[in-house]
Design a protein around this ligand. Structure first.
Ligand code: IMP
Ligand code: MG
Length: 185
């Protein structure tokens, strides 16, 4: 994994830091005095969630769920629940924190599942959205960026075959990198 595996950087560290600060400021204002739980969707949201959480000045708890819907560089259209929530969200305000919204399959599945657990409210906080790919419309109250055209991106938690999550920026991998790491997991 090298710099040469990245064709172009779409969002650099400063842009990511700025947008996370803006989202955190809005959440700090909107949830003052409320019992807030952030639910991070693993694995992709781990870096976004940790940065967002550290910028929140209001009390909040953190939980994780894990789903998988992607194979290689494409959505499979079906969602597998890998890790369910291990605590109650009854009487709590929930924000689902997700790295990227592509077809919307994962988030609509998660929103339905969480709704059945009777939280007071549910909102979504999504770093990136590919607007032209959406098949299941989802209301995203806290959105980072719209990615149009909808390129396949890596970094800041997002992976290609489990690689590139550690990049401090979000970028597009080269075609050569896609081939080179096609069988890495
Ligand atoms: P959806 O269910 O089609 O909305 O897909 C959402 C999930 O697919 C995200 O949570 C990511 O894990 C993954 N995903 C979608 N687009 C990308 C991408 O460009 N790079 C890496 N992972 C992606
Ligand atoms: Mg994800």
């Amino acid at each position: 994994m090298a710099e040469t595996d990245i064709l172009k950087i779409l969002y650099n560290e400063k842009q990511l830091d700025d947008i996370v600060t803006k989202l955190a400021t809005r959440i700090n204002n909107d949830y003052k005095g409320k019992q807030l739980t952030l639910i991070g969707i693993l694995k992709g949201a781990y870096i976004f969630l940790s940065d967002l959480s550290r910028k929140l000045t209001i009390p909040h708890t953190i939980e994780f769920m894990s789903v998988s819907s992607y194979s290689d560089t494409k959505s499979t259209g079906t969602v597998k629940l890998l890790t369910d929530l291990r605590c109650s969200v009854k009487d709590r305000h929930v924000i689902i924190v997700e790295d990227i919204l592509d077809t919307g399959t994962s988030l609509s599945y998660l929103t339905e599942l969480l709704n059945r657990k009777n939280p007071l409210t549910i909102q979504c906080c999504v770093l990136l959205r590919k607007p032209s790919m959406i098949k299941k419309p989802i209301d995203v109250k806290y959105l980072g960026f719209d990615l149009d055209p909808p390129e396949f991106v890596v970094g800041y938690g997002l992976d290609y075959n489990e690689l590139f999550r550690n990049l401090p920026y979000i970028g597009v991998p080269t075609k050569e990198a896609i081939q080179k790491y096609a069988n890495s997991v």
